[in-house]
Design a protein. Structure first.
Lengths: 107, 107
């Protein structure tokens, strides 16, 4: 499983952001071919500090090939274009392969 | 499930970072009381851009109370103190509650 992770910076107008994400962006992302799971999480701060990002979107694929296929699909291009419509505060994108860097066990 | 997420910025010396994380920091984090799962992922970029972070650590707890207990524990204080020893490039911390902001389904 490979995750594409998008971290959205705090928008000026959270209601407008939420509405656009729900009504426009999420339907585009849900058209990604071979996307296995989409998880959206509104983030919270730690130890009294505000969260540096507002929303985390985790999009899971079975493989890097499936992820590449999604990004180069019509839906992938449309989702990239749509960012300017609601994510002007910024979005940080990266890929999290499933393989742990250094497997460690909790006690 | 509540996740504490730490995103480590790219270190100057990745070998030294990895060694310190594995030999010193991970054993401290594994002492967090009630931590259910620890997942470490080295991150990759998207569409030819470098990843903005080097390593993601996801630490899962059953509840916010358990997370608070971990952060205020001896291990929590020790892990915070240890950051200066290997994370001088920076670390971004936030909490991801499990509840989706807007549940959506993949096609």
């Amino acid at each position: 499983m490979v995750r594409l992770i998008a971290l959205y910076s705090q928008p000026d107008d959270t209601d407008a952001f939420d509405e656009h994400y729900r009504d426009v962006h999420a339907p585009i992302v849900s058209r990604y071919p071979k996307v296995r799971d989409i998880r959206l999480t509104k983030l919270a701060g730690v130890a009294g500090r505000a969260a540096p990002y507002y929303l985390m979107a985790e999009m899971a694929f079975d493989s890097y090939d499936d992820l590449d296929e999604a990004l180069s699909s019509e839906a992938g291009a449309a989702s990239a274009r749509d960012l300017r419509n609601f994510a002007s505060a910024g979005v940080t994108l990266f890929v999290a392969p499933e393989t742990p860097a250094e497997p460690i066990e909790a006690d």
